[in-house]
Design a protein around this ligand. Sequence first.
Ligand code: DX5
Ligand code: ZN
Length: 234
Amino acid sequence: MAFPVPSLLACDHGAVWDSLEPLLRSRRVHRLHFDAMDGHFVPNFGFSPQLLRDLDSHIRLCQLPRPRFDVHLMVQHPEKVWPIFWEAGADGISFHGECCPDPLALARELRALGLHCAMALRPESPLELALACGPLLDELLLLGVSPGFGGQPAVGGLVERVERAAELRRERNLNFSLAVDGGVNRQTLGPLAAAGMDIPIAGSAILGQDDPVRALAELGKIFEENRLPSPGRS
Ligand code: DX5
Ligand code: ZN
Protein backbone atom coordinates (compact mmCIF):
# COMPACT_ATOMS: atom_id res chain seq x y z
CA MET A 1 0.00 0.00 0.00
CA ALA A 2 1.29 3.48 -0.90
CA PHE A 3 1.04 6.34 1.54
CA PRO A 4 1.28 10.11 1.11
CA VAL A 5 4.67 11.67 1.83
CA PRO A 6 4.71 13.76 5.03
CA SER A 7 5.95 17.33 4.65
CA LEU A 8 7.82 18.40 7.78
CA LEU A 9 6.76 22.02 7.50
CA ALA A 10 3.58 21.22 9.43
CA CYS A 11 5.30 19.65 12.43
CA ASP A 12 5.84 21.32 15.79
CA HIS A 13 9.17 23.06 15.17
CA GLY A 14 9.91 22.97 18.88
CA ALA A 15 9.66 19.20 18.94
CA VAL A 16 10.51 17.95 15.48
CA TRP A 17 11.74 14.50 16.51
CA ASP A 18 8.82 13.92 18.89
CA SER A 19 6.44 14.74 16.04
CA LEU A 20 8.21 12.51 13.58
CA GLU A 21 9.16 9.44 15.57
CA PRO A 22 5.66 7.86 15.81
CA LEU A 23 5.27 8.23 12.05
CA LEU A 24 8.59 6.52 11.40
CA ARG A 25 7.68 3.75 13.84
CA SER A 26 4.46 3.16 11.88
CA ARG A 27 6.67 1.98 8.95
CA ARG A 28 4.43 3.86 6.54
CA VAL A 29 6.93 6.59 5.74
CA HIS A 30 9.26 5.83 2.85
CA ARG A 31 10.00 9.42 1.91
CA LEU A 32 10.18 12.64 3.94
CA HIS A 33 9.66 16.07 2.40
CA PHE A 34 11.84 18.95 3.61
CA ASP A 35 11.06 22.50 2.49
CA ALA A 36 14.12 24.71 2.08
CA MET A 37 13.19 28.39 1.79
CA ASP A 38 15.43 31.42 1.39
CA GLY A 39 13.10 34.38 1.98
CA HIS A 40 13.54 35.42 -1.67
CA PHE A 41 11.96 32.83 -3.92
CA VAL A 42 9.22 32.55 -1.30
CA PRO A 43 8.43 34.92 1.57
CA ASN A 44 9.42 32.47 4.29
CA PHE A 45 12.50 30.76 5.71
CA GLY A 46 12.85 27.04 6.10
CA PHE A 47 14.82 24.06 7.07
CA SER A 48 18.60 24.09 7.09
CA PRO A 49 20.81 21.16 6.07
CA GLN A 50 21.60 20.60 9.75
CA LEU A 51 18.09 19.29 10.30
CA LEU A 52 18.74 16.50 7.80
CA ARG A 53 21.95 15.55 9.62
CA ASP A 54 20.29 15.59 13.04
CA LEU A 55 17.28 13.57 11.94
CA ASP A 56 19.59 11.08 10.27
CA SER A 57 21.45 10.62 13.58
CA HIS A 58 18.22 10.17 15.54
CA ILE A 59 16.96 7.60 13.03
CA ARG A 60 20.21 5.61 13.30
CA LEU A 61 20.25 5.84 17.10
CA CYS A 62 16.68 4.54 17.32
CA GLN A 63 17.38 1.92 14.63
CA LEU A 64 14.39 2.99 12.59
CA PRO A 65 14.09 2.53 8.84
CA ARG A 66 15.61 5.57 7.13
CA PRO A 67 13.13 7.14 4.67
CA ARG A 68 14.39 8.89 1.57
CA PHE A 69 15.11 12.55 2.32
CA ASP A 70 13.61 14.74 -0.41
CA VAL A 71 14.53 18.41 -0.35
CA HIS A 72 12.17 20.86 -2.03
CA LEU A 73 14.34 23.86 -2.85
CA MET A 74 12.19 26.98 -2.79
CA VAL A 75 15.25 29.14 -3.28
CA GLN A 76 16.85 31.34 -5.90
CA HIS A 77 19.82 29.71 -7.62
CA PRO A 78 18.97 26.10 -6.84
CA GLU A 79 21.92 25.17 -9.08
CA LYS A 80 24.27 26.65 -6.45
CA VAL A 81 22.46 25.56 -3.30
CA TRP A 82 21.70 21.87 -3.83
CA PRO A 83 25.18 20.48 -2.94
CA ILE A 84 24.81 21.73 0.65
CA PHE A 85 21.76 19.51 1.06
CA TRP A 86 23.33 16.58 -0.79
CA GLU A 87 26.30 16.71 1.60
CA ALA A 88 23.84 16.74 4.52
CA GLY A 89 22.16 13.53 3.34
CA ALA A 90 19.51 14.47 0.78
CA ASP A 91 18.53 11.59 -1.49
CA GLY A 92 16.32 13.66 -3.76
CA ILE A 93 16.30 17.28 -4.90
CA SER A 94 13.30 19.20 -6.26
CA PHE A 95 14.31 22.45 -7.92
CA HIS A 96 11.93 25.09 -9.25
CA GLY A 97 11.94 25.34 -13.04
CA GLU A 98 11.03 29.04 -12.81
CA CYS A 99 14.34 30.11 -11.26
CA CYS A 100 16.82 27.66 -12.70
CA PRO A 101 18.92 29.04 -15.58
CA ASP A 102 19.79 25.63 -17.06
CA PRO A 103 17.43 22.91 -15.80
CA LEU A 104 18.85 20.35 -18.19
CA ALA A 105 22.39 20.78 -16.86
CA LEU A 106 21.16 20.59 -13.26
CA ALA A 107 19.08 17.48 -13.93
CA ARG A 108 22.13 15.80 -15.53
CA GLU A 109 24.29 16.69 -12.54
CA LEU A 110 21.78 15.34 -10.02
CA ARG A 111 21.24 12.11 -11.90
CA ALA A 112 24.96 11.55 -12.37
CA LEU A 113 25.20 11.38 -8.56
CA GLY A 114 22.23 9.04 -8.31
CA LEU A 115 19.99 11.66 -6.73
CA HIS A 116 16.25 11.51 -7.31
CA CYS A 117 15.60 14.48 -9.56
CA ALA A 118 12.38 16.49 -9.58
CA MET A 119 11.32 19.75 -11.16
CA ALA A 120 8.81 21.74 -9.12
CA LEU A 121 6.41 24.23 -10.65
CA ARG A 122 4.30 26.96 -9.08
CA PRO A 123 0.55 26.67 -9.81
CA GLU A 124 0.66 29.36 -12.50
CA SER A 125 3.76 28.14 -14.36
CA PRO A 126 3.40 26.43 -17.74
CA LEU A 127 3.80 22.65 -17.65
CA GLU A 128 5.89 22.95 -20.80
CA LEU A 129 8.78 24.22 -18.63
CA ALA A 130 9.32 20.62 -17.55
CA LEU A 131 9.47 19.21 -21.05
CA ALA A 132 12.99 20.45 -21.81
CA CYS A 133 14.42 17.95 -19.34
CA GLY A 134 11.47 15.55 -19.40
CA PRO A 135 13.41 12.31 -19.94
CA LEU A 136 15.84 13.22 -17.14
CA LEU A 137 13.17 13.92 -14.55
CA ASP A 138 12.20 11.28 -12.03
CA GLU A 139 9.35 13.45 -10.90
CA LEU A 140 7.33 16.54 -11.73
CA LEU A 141 6.23 18.20 -8.51
CA LEU A 142 3.18 20.39 -9.01
CA LEU A 143 2.55 22.95 -6.29
CA GLY A 144 -1.09 22.95 -5.28
CA VAL A 145 -0.75 26.28 -3.48
CA SER A 146 1.36 29.39 -3.75
CA PRO A 147 4.62 28.04 -2.26
CA GLY A 148 6.02 29.07 1.10
CA PHE A 149 3.38 28.17 3.66
CA GLY A 150 1.43 25.10 4.73
CA GLY A 151 -2.27 24.85 5.47
CA GLN A 152 -3.54 26.79 2.46
CA PRO A 153 -6.47 25.55 0.36
CA ALA A 154 -5.59 24.06 -3.03
CA VAL A 155 -5.79 26.49 -5.95
CA GLY A 156 -8.72 26.17 -8.35
CA GLY A 157 -8.14 24.00 -11.40
CA LEU A 158 -5.56 21.76 -9.69
CA VAL A 159 -7.28 18.51 -10.67
CA GLU A 160 -7.42 19.63 -14.31
CA ARG A 161 -3.74 20.62 -14.17
CA VAL A 162 -2.82 17.13 -12.96
CA GLU A 163 -4.91 15.64 -15.77
CA ARG A 164 -3.12 17.84 -18.33
CA ALA A 165 0.28 16.89 -16.93
CA ALA A 166 -0.61 13.20 -17.13
CA GLU A 167 -1.78 13.70 -20.71
CA LEU A 168 1.40 15.55 -21.68
CA ARG A 169 3.47 12.78 -20.12
CA ARG A 170 1.59 10.19 -22.19
CA GLU A 171 1.83 12.20 -25.43
CA ARG A 172 5.57 12.77 -25.07
CA ASN A 173 6.22 9.23 -23.92
CA LEU A 174 7.79 10.40 -20.67
CA ASN A 175 7.77 8.43 -17.45
CA PHE A 176 8.34 10.85 -14.57
CA SER A 177 5.99 10.47 -11.63
CA LEU A 178 3.51 13.22 -10.86
CA ALA A 179 3.63 14.60 -7.34
CA VAL A 180 1.38 17.25 -5.80
CA ASP A 181 2.60 19.39 -2.90
CA GLY A 182 0.28 21.78 -1.07
CA GLY A 183 -3.45 21.58 -0.49
CA VAL A 184 -3.51 17.76 -0.37
CA ASN A 185 -6.00 16.62 2.26
CA ARG A 186 -8.87 14.18 2.83
CA GLN A 187 -11.13 16.11 0.45
CA THR A 188 -8.70 16.74 -2.42
CA LEU A 189 -6.69 13.51 -2.33
CA GLY A 190 -9.29 11.29 -4.06
CA PRO A 191 -9.93 13.55 -7.07
CA LEU A 192 -6.20 14.28 -7.48
CA ALA A 193 -5.35 10.57 -7.39
CA ALA A 194 -8.07 9.80 -9.93
CA ALA A 195 -6.64 12.56 -12.17
CA GLY A 196 -3.23 10.86 -12.28
CA MET A 197 -1.26 12.05 -9.23
CA ASP A 198 1.24 9.33 -8.29
CA ILE A 199 2.77 10.93 -5.20
CA PRO A 200 0.73 12.99 -2.74
CA ILE A 201 2.75 15.20 -0.39
CA ALA A 202 0.89 16.48 2.66
CA GLY A 203 1.84 18.70 5.56
CA SER A 204 -1.10 19.90 7.63
CA ALA A 205 -3.23 16.87 6.70
CA ILE A 206 -0.66 14.60 8.43
CA LEU A 207 1.67 16.38 10.87
CA GLY A 208 -0.88 19.11 11.57
CA GLN A 209 -3.36 16.52 12.91
CA ASP A 210 -3.79 15.41 16.54
CA ASP A 211 -2.97 11.83 15.55
CA PRO A 212 -0.58 11.93 12.57
CA VAL A 213 -0.21 8.13 12.44
CA ARG A 214 -3.94 7.67 12.10
CA ALA A 215 -4.20 10.56 9.62
CA LEU A 216 -1.52 8.96 7.43
CA ALA A 217 -3.28 5.59 7.51
CA GLU A 218 -6.60 7.17 6.55
CA LEU A 219 -5.07 9.20 3.73
CA GLY A 220 -3.33 6.04 2.50
CA LYS A 221 -6.68 4.29 2.30
CA ILE A 222 -8.24 7.13 0.29
CA PHE A 223 -5.19 7.13 -2.01
CA GLU A 224 -5.41 3.36 -2.62
CA GLU A 225 -9.12 3.58 -3.40
CA ASN A 226 -8.69 6.31 -6.00
CA ARG A 227 -5.28 6.02 -7.63
CA LEU A 228 -4.75 4.93 -11.20
CA PRO A 229 -2.25 2.22 -12.09
CA SER A 230 0.85 4.43 -12.37
CA PRO A 231 3.05 4.67 -15.43
CA GLY A 232 5.38 7.00 -13.49
CA ARG A 233 8.57 6.26 -11.55
CA SER A 234 8.29 6.10 -7.77
C1 DX5 B 1 4.35 24.68 0.61
C2 DX5 B 1 5.30 23.54 0.89
C3 DX5 B 1 4.63 22.28 1.26
C4 DX5 B 1 3.80 22.38 2.52
C5 DX5 B 1 2.46 21.85 2.16
O1 DX5 B 1 5.00 25.69 -0.03
O2 DX5 B 1 6.12 23.29 -0.23
O3 DX5 B 1 5.52 21.17 1.32
O4 DX5 B 1 4.29 21.68 3.61
O5 DX5 B 1 1.60 22.06 3.20
P1 DX5 B 1 0.08 21.60 3.20
O6 DX5 B 1 0.08 20.14 2.89
O7 DX5 B 1 -0.37 21.95 4.55
O8 DX5 B 1 -0.62 22.39 2.11
ZN1 ZN C 1 7.23 21.44 -0.34
